[in-house]
Write a protein of this length. Structure first.
Length: 332
């Protein structure tokens, strides 16, 4: 029973209520999370409670995903998608974005299919899908790269309250992207909206404005205050920035060893879907560690160690790292 509860920790509150009601109607001691038959019975109960048949199929797909049965999860998402469920389109997009390499079930990465499924979801109104489509246009994932199209989708998602999109909208104003003119005041307004929603990256962006002197006079002390707030709320980019300050002796006594320790932790910290998310702290840290060992910033140059970090950065999505690897391998 503990295993079942653990696997459902990320479920929304509504589903937990359904689960608790269901468990009162079955023998808890004999409920087997690995039994497809019992899981199907549970989801059939959800179907009867929720009435919405599409939601039932999505619940079924979620539970199979939670227990690592990706084949059945994918199947039920396909069923829900065929019945027009926007969330199912969205999840199928991520199956194709990341691929599946399980022992008995495999899906090859297909960025075009990923884009098309998530676009379908976005067109049906799912706000998180709108944000993802903005990211795809921004990075050219499964479609042509276009900051103008990216801004269109970010703006749409931001208007519906998506914090990441609100911050990106601010970022586009701050740097004059997507056809916008540089407007620090509008950027600041966007970041403040997201800060009021307690969004971690907004605190980081505010700190960055103080560090760079965008709208404000340069103020490292205030920048650090915001970076620390961002880090406390889980923003790893803020931790990366503090590492850079330690390395360069900005607002701190220079401490390269401590900086490398921070970068090493961040480099090995995996985040879901990091391949396309802006300001990937892990690939930035991995790439920077490669530079440190390539250039002998802390000790003698260590080309093999540099290659190892560049390989990790490349795996995490840093395209420049591949060029570094090829150039350094010729020297080994």
């Amino acid at each position: 029973m503990d295993k079942l509860e653990l696997n459902l920790t990320n479920f929304i509150e509504e589903e937990k209520i359904y689960l608790n009601n269901f468990l009162q109607k079955v023998n808890i001691e004999t409920f087997d999370i690995n039994s497809a038959e019992q899981i199907d019975k549970y989801c059939y109960y959800l179907f009867n409670v929720a009435i919405n048949r599409k939601k039932y199929f999505v619940y079924l797909a979620k539970i199979y995903f939670e227990i690592g049965n990706f084949e059945r999860s994918f199947f039920w998402y396909e069923v829900a998608s065929q019945k027009g469920d926007a969330y199912a389109h969205y999840q199928l997009g991520f199956f194709y974005l990341n691929g599946v390499n399980a022992p008995t079930f495999k899906i090859e990465i297909d960025l075009t299919k990923a884009f098309n499924y998530i676009l379908k979801s976005a067109n049906e109104g799912l706000n998180c899908a709108k944000c993802k489509i903005g990211c795809f246009f921004e990075e050219g994932i499964g479609t042509s790269k276009s900051t103008v199209q990216a801004l269109k989708w970010f703006k749409n998602a931001a208007s519906k309250g998506d914090c990441y999109s609100i911050c990106i909208f601010g970022h586009y104003y701050e740097y004059g992207l997507g056809g916008l003119r540089v407007n620090f005041e509008e950027a600041l307004r966007m970041y403040k909206i997201a800060i009021n929603k307690n969004y971690d990256w907004a605190f980081f962006k505010m700190g960055n404005m103080y560090e760079l002197g965008h709208y404000f006079s340069i103020d490292f002390e205030k920048a650090l205050d915001y970076y620390k707030l961002a880090e406390e709320k889980g923003c790893m980019m803020a931790k990366y920035q503090i590492g850079l300050w330690l390395e360069k002796g900005i607002h701190f006594e220079k401490n390269v060893a401590k900086a490398i320790e921070i970068f090493s932790v961040l480099a090995k910290n995996e985040t879901i879907h990091t391949r396309w998310r802006r300001n990937n702290h892990n690939q930035k840290a991995s790439f920077h560690l490669g530079e440190i060992f390539e250039n002998g910033i802390i000790t003698e140059r260590n080309i093999q160690e540099a290659i190892n970090w560049y390989i990790l950065a490349w795996y995490q999505g840093n395209k420049t790292a591949q060029q570094k690897i090829q150039a350094l391998q010729e020297k080994v």
